[in-house]
Design a protein around this ligand. Structure first.
Ligand SMILES: Cc1ncc(COP(=O)(O)O)c(C=O)c1O
Length: 376
């Protein structure tokens, strides 16, 4: 029923919904947002969102879509068209699965945390036969175990991987894992969720497009073929969030100006900085530094400290926002995000505040402050 229709029915008049009594809108605080995502957005990119909206079937939007697609191909280092479905990360996981597989097909999910499990759950919900190869949270996938498991399993069509497991701050060695999978099953479809390490866009190689032609899982909104056909006309199959494309356009321009290698180096640097200083405070990391993520760091909550109270204190008094743990790690870890628009000075401030508040909570904090920012 449309709103107009609803407003003209007698039913509406009889059961009129009163004006809602809501809290007044208030200013959004400027915070040191150190969660794994959403991440802070540079002011210039935010300003793009304020530009006038154009026709999504017109030439202005077509130019933006062409530019965005070409730049995404560069970021993903692929010749295949990169598809942009307006959706969250979960939508991206679902989008990949429904285009690649048919009901009842066997896939292996190598999962090391919450988001790997979600990938497996979506596959199960769509009627795939999922063999989970799970590892303890905080650990990377052990390659020898993966190899043995792949040998034991019945033939499988695909393998689901999470590149950067945001719930635990662990990054998988994709190159080694993919080589191992390829050795065992050269035709396997390797499906990678890179939401918190790359971007939530859909980059499918030739093998995936071939698979798509056979795949029979139901799909409509997320259909790659419709998206690709529209893209060739400089359009989107549905009404896209035009303003978000303005912001994406500039964000990509800024990324390319910084350079991919420079971005990787900056993140490596940020990851090392956080790990070093978290340890200097006297805290323990969840992940082994060898597989620790350079975009999010999971820190064990010290014995006797109330994680929720600590994070509340940081948010209310210091405007430093950290993320808690998920599922069984709730209250046991907190996570510090350092992806995207992030500099050492943001982390320096966040870690100083963390150290002070931990001390107030009774934890004998270490020496983070003695490390000089200038060294970085
Ligand atoms: C690796 C990974 N996959 C999937 C998701 C799900 O994304 P969303 O919550 O945006 O649906 C997230 C969200 O943090 C993630 O980090």
């Amino acid at each position: 029923m449309t709103l107009m229709h609803a407003m003209t029915t007698t039913h509406y008049q009889k059961t009129r919904i009163p004006l809602p009594q809501v809290e007044p809108r208030s200013a959004i605080p400027l915070q040191n947002l150190r969660i794994p995502g959403p991440t802070p957005v540079p002011p210039a990119v935010l300003a793009e969102l304020a530009r006038p909206v154009v026709n999504h079937r017109g030439p202005e939007f077509a130019a933006i879509l062409r530019r965005v697609t070409a730049r995404l191909q560069y970021v993903f280092q692929t010749n295949a068209p990169v598809l942009t479905f307006p959706a969250s990360g979960t939508g991206g996981q679902e989008c990949a699965l429904v285009n690649l597989f048919s009901p009842g097909e066997h896939v292996v999910a190598i999962t090391i945390g919450h988001f790997g499990n979600r990938f497996a759950q979506i596959a199960e919900r769509y009627g795939l036969q999922v063999s989970r190869n799970t590892f303890p949270w905080g650990e990377a996938a052990d390659q020898a175990i993966v190899e043995t498991r792949l040998h034991e399993l019945a033939p499988y069509r695909g393998v689901l991987l999470t590149h950067n497991e945001t719930s635990t701050g662990v990054t998988k060695d994709l190159q080694t894992l993919s080589a191992l999978i390829r050795r065992h099953n050269p035709d396997a479809l390797i499906v990678v969720d890179a939401v918190s390490s790359c971007l939530m866009m859909l980059a499918a190689g030739p093998r995936a497009w071939e698979a798509k032609a056979q795949a029979r899982l139901p799909r409509f909104y997320f259909d790659w073929a419709r998206a690709r056909a529209s893209l060739e006309r400089g359009q989107h199959p549905v009404t896209p969030p035009v303003s978000l494309f303005y912001a994406l356009d500039l964000a990509l321009e800024m990324m390319l100006a910084e350079g991919l290698e420079a971005i990787f180096t900056r993140h490596r640097h940020l990851g090392e900085y956080v790990r070093k200083h978290v340890r200097a405070i006297g805290l323990h990391l969840l992940a082994d530094p060898v597989s620790a993520s350079n975009t999010v760091t999971a820190v064990r909550v010290p014995e006797g400290i109330d994680a929720k109270a600590l994070l509340n204190m940081l948010r209310e008094r210091d405007q430093v926002v950290l993320a808690g743990g998920q599922e069984h790690l709730s209250g046991k870890i907190f996570r510090i995000g350092h992806m995207g628009s992030c500099e050492v000075r943001d982390l320096f401030t966040a870690l100083n505040c963390l150290q002070v508040r931990l001390k107030e909570c009774g934890f004998a904090a270490g020496t983070h402050r003695e490390e000089r920012l200038a060294q970085w």
